[in-house]
Design a binder for this molecule. Structure first.
Ligand code: ZN
Length: 473
């Protein structure tokens, strides 16, 4: 096996100003190709020692299985047939009809060559390792060439199509090899190539961040160039097969599948598949293609279903996230409103305290007003009373003065009265005395008859007056 040494070789396009990409690759930003920094010290396309050279038997029996974890070539011979080989054949039948002349470069176990032959194509395989070339013939009975295509006795213009699946990236001089292939094609002949697709402009960090499976192709000892859509178009033009179409790749997540030609490329009409009904082998291949198609449709249906489920899941998650966001928004609003409410309640309580305090003061003021009013009323009453009393007092005072005066009068009058009384008494005495005298006189008057009688009786003596008054009392 060759020893890798650091490479400063330029890109296939001639650009030597390469940018770092990874530990073992540089990126050509002129054509968007990743260039391996491994420079093999000999031509890896020529296997001289099948036990030691890169693409010798160990590549298939040791490296593939042990280093890369792939199935060994016997297992691949079985599983590739129902998978990639049928896919490739389906694409091939859109551009070539049996019995077109076909060479497959890097045909490995030879299964695809066998399938093409059963379909009616004049197909042959090519392998670098003598042992693998022999194995393909052993496994599938297919004709093989061994060694690089440049070494084969293929007449110019003798092939209708050269297929090279996962080969382009291994070629030490891809332009030269493609150009040689083109020269072996008949007019209108095509190259059918599958190769990893580098997403132009992308960095290793981006691929790693995406978990992109392209990084599986960063095998610097084998994959000397990793092309992009741009650089595969440019290398086609550089190799003299400038017409190119991109077909769906079986592993479309990291591969590209292209048809190149020196002439414009046009897919064949459906009738071109007529030869598949003409032999027993071809009918069997058609049956396999039908089965593959049905499975592919089922896979598509399942993928659509899975995509629908994924879509619904994503929508559900988005709705959930949206709901959560709305919920969070609502929670935030509720929290905000709660805080505002608490603040408002506190404010209300504070204001209530102020109101109560003011109310108490107002009540006290009202009470004081009442007191003042009452006191005022009392004062007024008191004043009135005082005034009334003053009047009374004055009146009484006046009356007292009058009384005093009256006392004087009374005394005077009393004195007078006493005097009068005395006088009266005196006079009464006089009067009484006079009265008595008068009475006596009147009595005498009244008694004049008696007196006369008496006088008549004067014959008799007159009695004393005292005795007479006693007699009348
Ligand atoms: Zn380049």
């Amino acid at each position: 096996m060759s020893t890798p040494t650091p490479s400063f070789r330029p890109c296939w396009c001639g650009n030597a100003q390469l940018e770092p990409f990874s530990e073992h690759y540089r990126a050509c930003r002129n054509c968007e190709t990743l260039v391996s920094m491994v420079d093999h010290d000999k031509d890896v396309s020529r296997v001289a020692d099948d036990n030691a050279d890169l693409y010798g038997r160990d590549y298939w029996f040791g490296h593939m299985e042990n280093d890369l974890g792939f199935a060994n070539i016997y297992e691949r011979a079985r599983i590739d047939l129902t998978e990639r080989c049928l896919f490739w054949l389906e694409t091939l039948l859109r551009f070539q009809r049996p019995p077109a002349r076909i060479l497959e470069l890097g045909s490995a176990h030879g299964g695809f060559v066998a399938l093409m032959r059963w379909a009616g194509f004049d197909a042959r395989g090519l392998e670098l390792s003598p042992e693998i070339a022999a194995l393909a013939t052993q496994l599938f009975g297919v004709p093989m060439w061994q060694g690089p295509i440049e070494d084969q006795p293929i007449p110019a213009g003798s092939l209708d199509l050269i297929a090279a699946m996962d080969v382009l990236e291994h070629l030490p001089d891809p332009v030269a090899t493609l150009r040689h292939c083109g020269s072996r094609l008949a007019p209108g002949g095509q190259l059918l190539l599958q190769t990893p697709q580098y997403r132009e402009g992308a960095t290793l960090e981006q691929f790693q961040a995406e978990g992109h499976r392209f990084v599986e192709h960063l095998k610097e000892r084998e994959h000397l160039y990793l092309f992009s859509a741009t650089s595969v178009k440019r290398i086609a033009a550089a190799a003299g097969v400038p017409h190119i179409t991109f077909e769906p790749a079986v592993f479309s997540h990291y591969d590209m599948f292209v048809v190149m030609s020196a002439a414009p490329i046009a897919p064949l009409p459906a009738e071109a598949r007529q030869p598949l009904t003409e032999t027993a082998g071809a009918r069997l291949v058609q049956a396999l293609l039908d089965l593959y198609q049905a499975i592919a449709e089922s896979k598509v249906a399942n993928a659509v279903l899975a995509a629908d489920v994924d879509f619904l899941k994503r929508i559900g998650q988005e709705r959930l996230a949206q709901g959560s966001a709305e919920g969070a928004q609502l929670n935030a609003t509720i929290a905000d409103l709660t805080a505002r409410l608490a603040h408002s309640e506190q404010d209300r309580a504070d204001r209530l305290a102020v109101i109560e305090q003011q109310g108490a003061e107002i009540g006290r003021a009202a009470m004081l007003d009442g007191v003042v009013a009452e006191l005022t009323a009392r004062l007024q009453h008191s004043e009135q009373d005082r005034a009334d009393r003053l009047v009374v007092i004055e009146q009484q005072g006046a009356e007292i003065g009058r009384a005093a005066m009256l006392d004087g009068v009374v005394q005077n009058l009393t004195a007078r009265l006493q005097h009068s009384e005395q006088d009266r008494a005196d006079r009464l005495v006089v009067i009484e005395r006079q009265g008595a005298e008068i009475g006596q006189l009147l009595q005498l008057w009244n008694d004049r008859d008696a007196v006369a009688k008496r006088l008549a009786e004067l014959k008799r003596p007159v009695a004393s007056p005292a005795r007479r008054r006693e007699k009348h009392d």
